[in-house]
Design a protein around this ligand. Sequence first.
Ligand code: PEP
Length: 246
Amino acid sequence: MRRKLAAGNWKMNGTQTALAELSALDGTSSPTVEVLICPPATLLHAAKGVAGDVAIGAQDCHAAASGAHTGDLSAPMLADAGATYVITGHSERRADHGESDAIVAAKSQAVWDAGLTAIVCIGESLEQRDSGKTLTVIGTQLANSVPDGATGANLVVAYEPIWAIGTGKVPTIHQIGEVHQFLRAELVSRFGNDIAGAIRLLYGGSVKPANAAEIFAVKDVDGALVGGASLKASDFGPIIAALTKA
Ligand code: PEP
């Protein structure tokens, strides 16, 4: 039985005062649902101090463990600051920083080498969706962004259609189900039934309290990666509650 995951990505939002939103979530994790917040790196250490039963993650890392990379942070540093998860390959990093699947795979391997769990993000553009290429695109991203050696403990895959992020647009329930079942099948053929069956698949893109229950009822959706609606406990709390009920 996979433990579900409600993951919040604060992106480049939040200073010390935002930690009150995190501490308000303490007590929302349960044996069936893990709650995770990925604040900006500047808040990681302080976040760990107030998070209680909420896990803390980072939004990116460098592929190297240390070295001459001014301004970058390595996975061992993020672990030292209290992170147990690292998001890799978010579409905003792929777009803003030119991160290829190969770079995402190298970063994900670095996450594993530091003993952390990688949340590997994949997703199609609107143009790719409209031209019927969704499964081909995400199949290629999955194959090339996830290194060999995945397990249920070290890998979470987040399906985030680029056109749904921050837009208020959400794929249909049928579209979400089609992609998640495809992803599960791809993982089974690469890693086998046992490992693939333990890897959590998240949906991400404009998840809100109002649509969460419907999305969480879809087969093979094991939770969500949530951007805007994770910034306030009053929004993220009902999403966690919907996942707990699902
Ligand atoms: C995200 O950026 O991972 C995301 C899903 O954002 P939002 O929930 O705001 O669409």
